[in-house]
Write a protein that binds this ligand. Structure first.
Ligand code: SAH
Ligand code: SF4
Length: 424
């Protein structure tokens, strides 16, 4: 926003969208992690792999990177020594740097990751990934931006500046890190994270089971940032993650959460095809515009129309509507009834998220009884409305050990809660 912008025009524009302060600058030796098949083929061409060999080499590399989790070209024993040396000269297999790891007694794990920054942030930026194991699945909550473009009033990320978009490599990298740390690669079982209290980690589901034989079986794009405002990188990353010859997490096991970037909802359906979660949080435009200012640009009716048209929507593929429980703000029982009315005809799940407070917030979490009553109305109307018992509380309490800033502490807490709320 420039100072010259007339206030009436600003009000009509309706909400303030932050512009990224930084652009990612690739290092001299880029990582191959997160490149699409096309980009990887181009990388092979650029280092002189002859056209006739490219397809085969690409398949080999894809397997080593995404099935075996290779961290060095030397490990790629089926690739010729000469090509390994060439790749080593030009590329790396680097993932985001793990700065800290916390493991809860209930098996929840959090990784604090450092990504490159510039200027006053030359020391790097930090984002988090949270892993939540359950009996039949393991869900990883992934970030898409450092900070966020938007300014939702109940969200701590919304009060921070948008620093930059993550690259596809940094998004895929979060899954790579989780699999590295969990020993979740084919053939890596014997290397499985020494020192980690594995008893708290349920066994991966057997081959044909829901988890597909891996610890990380589900992805939720619910970490920091608005994924639909970093559309291309998120799309490209999720295509890599869903590729059946690699990480192979099916699109039905990938859920993208959006605050309601309407034009990109249809694009997400067409170009990604993953499951959708929508941060609704209110049933009236006036209140939703206060909570989620993007609503001034894309009001509830437009948002729900985009949901109704989401490709592939069916009772087996429902949209999840997220609803953060804010005491005295959106938790009137009449709101629960209105919510049910509003969503009529849309194959939906409703996820009630207990509000996670942060310093200086004006909101409070609804009382537990109120959350239960609210949930019951929704349940009686025929919707699943899970409210989850918080996971990983013990490591949240210890968050201060990761970084002293209390700001960060609450951001982490929120992240864990979000992931926790989405593991139904
Ligand atoms: N930007 C996207 C995805 C990340 S936020 C979105 O807004 O959907 C993931 C979920 O956590 C969203 O539903 C968001 O509204 C919710 N959330 C944000 N701050 C929260 C808080 N303090 N307590 C509980 N949920 C919160
Ligand atoms: Fe951004 Fe989502 Fe937070 Fe809104 S709720 S500020 S869109 S991360």
């Amino acid at each position: 926003m420039t100072a010259s912008l007339n206030p009436a025009a600003a009000a009509a524009a309706g909400f303030v969208e932050k512009a990224p302060l930084e652009r990612y600058r690739p290092p001299a030796k880029p990582s191959l992690v997160g490149l699409s098949r096309v980009a990887l083929a181009e990388a092979l061409a650029a280092v002189g792999v002859p056209p006739a060999q490219r397809k085969m080499r690409l398949q080999q590399l894809w397997h080593w990177i995404y099935v075996r989790g290779a961290t060095a070209f030397d490990q790629m024993t089926s690739v010729s020594k000469e090509l390994r040396a060439t790749l080593e000269r030009h590329f790396t297999l680097a993932r985001p740097e793990v700065v800290a790891e916390q493991v809860s007694v209930d098996g929840t794990r959090k990784w604090l990751l450092r990504l490159p920054g510039e200027g006053r942030d030359a020391g790097g930026h930090e984002v988090e990934s949270v892993y939540i194991p359950e009996a039949d699945r393991g869900t990883l909550c992934v970030s898409s931006q450092v900070g966020c473009t938007l300014t939702c009033s109940f969200c701590h990320t919304g009060t921070q500046r948008l620093v930059r978009n993550l690259t596809a490599g940094e998004i895929v990298g979060q899954i790579m890190v989780a699999r590295d740390r969990l020993g979740d690669w084919l053939g890596a079982e014997r290397l499985r994270a020494p020192g980690l209290p594995t008893p708290s980690l349920p066994s991966p589901a057997s081959g044909g089971g829901k988890g597909g034989g891996r610890f990380v079986s589900n992805i939720v794009m619910m970490g920091m940032g608005e994924p639909l405002y970093n559309f291309e990188a998120v799309r490209d990353a999720l295509q890599v993650v869903a590729d059946g010859d690699g990480i192979a997490i099916s699109k039905r096991r990938i859920t993208l959460s959006t605050s309601g970037v309407v034009p990109n909802i249809a694009r997400a359906g067409a170009e990604i095809g993953c499951m959708l979660a929508v941060s609704l949080h209110a049933v009236r435009d006036e209140l939703r515009s206060e909570l989620v200012p993007l609503n001034r640009k894309y009001p509830i009716a437009e948002l729900l129309a985009a949901c109704r048209n989401y490709p592939g929507l069916s009772n087996a593929r429902r949209i999840t509507f997220e609803y953060v429980m804010l005491k005295g703000v959106n938790d009137d029982l009449a709101d629960a009834k209105a919510l049910v009315q509003l969503l009529k005809g849309i194959p939906a799940k409703i996820n009630l998220i207990p509000f996670n407070p942060w310093p200086d917030t004006k909101y409070e979490c609804s009382d537990w009884e109120r959350i239960e009553e609210f949930s019951e109305i929704i349940f009686n109307a025929g919707y699943a409305s899970p409210v989850r018992t918080p996971r990983g509380r013990d490591i949240l309490a210890a968050c201060g050990q990761l970084k002293s800033a209390t700001e960060k502490l609450s951001a982490r807490e929120r992240l864990a809660l979000r992931a926790m709320a989405m593991t139904d």
